[in-house]
Ligand binder design. Structure first.
Ligand code: FPP
Length: 264
């Protein structure tokens, strides 16, 4: 653990540079997303390439996550949502599932104090009730401790599935006795895990994959999408700036177009 913490502080120093130092000065980032969501893919491949067990890749993924939270906060991003364990990931080999569960628990225990010190507000998105009691408690404690932090919000999607989220919402809507006429997009959104959060403006997927993988299905209806070949454990400040630059080049219409859009 001490080795891992040293690694964190080293990376933090190296990565802690402001937007103005983006090496390619022609790449001016004119508009920024409020909310970035990340599908952290490629940790298994990262480990396999190094002849290491897959779990070593996931551990390196936690380091990359800590680094990315710091970079995103320094880039004035308000919210970061990360896909750490999907409802489908239960289908992985038992040892990997157990390892990911342990990693969540250990990561919260090891990094909660510094996340709190650094102004990170933690939140969990997903089905907490299916996780072990000690994990549920660690998650609740972390959310409670950091609830008033304002530098950046970190939403950890753990045991999260976009379809499961809709199922949970629909069950609750029915349980609340809502009549069909009252069902609107706003009402459905108010029953999602993300009820009080803005939709993600930008979804980043690492490791070159081009799939949505059941991540924030409702919320990403009009998100901009950015895929990078970088494997998640290698993701760093440059990768984040590349994604921010790409985002700032996009024109968002949300399905509406005006004649001014056609002229530009
Ligand atoms: C997908 O890559 C990644 C996961 C299923 C786990 C992601 C989790 C982390 C990065 C760290 C966990 C974070 C916390 C907060 C505990 P993959 O395993 O499918 O990689 P591959 O496609 O290369 O096999």
């Amino acid at each position: 653990m001490a080795k891992m913490q040293n690694l964190f502080s080293l990376t933090k120093k190296k990565e802690n540079i402001s937007a103005q130092t983006y090496p390619d000065t022609s790449k001016h980032i004119s508009s920024r997303p409020r909310h970035i969501a990340i599908i952290m893919d490629g940790s298994g491949r990262w480990a396999t390439k190094r002849h290491m067990p897959r779990l070593a890749g996931h551990k390196a993924g936690v380091t990359a996550l800590r680094r990315t939270v710091e970079c995103a906060a320094n880039e004035n991003i308000e919210l970061l949502s990360v896909y750490a364990f999907s409802t489908e990931n239960w289908g992985r080999p038992r040892a990997e599932v157990d390892g990911l569960m342990r990693l969540l628990w250990e990561s919260l225990r090891a990094h909660l104090a510094d996340l709190h010190r650094d102004g990170v507000r933690l939140r969990h998105l997903g089905r907490l009730q299916n996780l072990s009691p000690d994990i549920q408690q660690a998650v609740r404690d972390s959310v409670e401790l950091t609830r008033n932090n304002t530098r950046i919000g970190l939403n950890v999607c753990f045991n999260y599935g976009g379809r499961a989220e809709l199922v949970d919402a629909i069950r609750q809507i029915i349980a609340d006795g809502r009549c069909p006429e009252s069902i609107t997009e706003e009402l459905i959104a108010s029953y999602l895990y993300t009820r009080d959060l803005p939709d993600p403006d930008l979804v980043i997927r690492t490791a070159g994959e081009m799939r949505v993988s059941n991540f924030l299905l409702w919320q990403s209806a009009y998100s901009e999408y950015y895929a990078t070949p970088t494997l998640w454990p290698d993701f760093g400040h440059e990768d984040l700036l590349d994604a921010l630059y790409s985002y700032s080049q996009r024109k968002r219409h949300f399905g509406h177009r005006t004649s001014a859009d056609d002229e530009s």
